[in-house]
Design a binder for this molecule. Sequence first.
Ligand code: GRF
Length: 328
Amino acid sequence: MSGVRGPIGAPRTMADGKAGRARVAVLISGRGSNMAALVYAAKQADCPFEIVLVASNNPEAAGLQLAEAEGIPTFAHSHKGMKRADYDRLIDAAIRRAGATHVALAGYMRLLSPEFVEGWQGRMLNIHPSLLPRYKGLDTHQRALDAGDRVAGCSVHVVTAELDDGPVLGQTEVAILDGDTAQTLADRILIAEHQLYGRVLAAFVGGPANPALLLERVRAIALALPVASEKMSHGVPAFAAAGKMFLYFRNNHHGDGMVSICVKTTGREEQEMLIDTDPDLYSWPSYIGPSGWIAMRLDRRDLDWDHVADRILTSWRHAAPRAISALL
Ligand code: GRF
């Protein structure tokens, strides 16, 4: 059994979803109890992330059923008979189709290809049942017992090319009891894991706006438009439709202290109207010619990405050749 179930089959854009929340794809191979903990954490109104996909290399993974029952799109495809890089490309495509901004590994029992890790650099976390850097890899509970440790625990870390090796973002210590077996210890650590993962993930995605992540999201929206291309212009990433600029991305441009985009409006009247209506969001762009450009701030937690996508589309319409923009 393999394939895509749920609304993931329909193409989604990076602009979909609730404003300002990180969009997390969770990768599982089995039970999926950590995934469930993340799903329930995301139900809180103030949670800064939502789960947009649960994907598995094991179509029989029990966690898939839970995700489906919770109305979360799932992707299930066995890795058997496929080369690692090919399989990872497949799962990566599903994650990107879901418009995910982050990946959370939760009992995903596959080594990842360097290309996959590179593609999610700085945006992929893992939970591991030991106090890293101790006991990387498998059998962590038994190894802690064999070593005579009095304390074990779990860690959430950023995923890098080395197995279980990236920067540790959070840990919980769990006391080892006399008479503990690997199983009884694992059961108690799992309780700690469920509480740790959501908190660390929330702190990670809810921290200060990350300009690289914002650029990636803007880029995904812009380059999905026909005849759009990217180049550096005046030292910033800029996007053109058939050679004519419609979007600039600016990070603390000339020390203005904000992450913003510049997009085209119909002219002075619309510029004034937008700035009057929402002066926190819109401003006169510094260091850019007059002719209808407006700056739109991106580093706001409550940013409505549907609105950003609309603005980018409108700006693209101003630049794209008539014959092409008429098609959209
Ligand atoms: C957890 O112990 C996690 O730390 C490890 O794999 C196990 C997955 O359990 N990476 P579950 O599938 O989340 O229940």
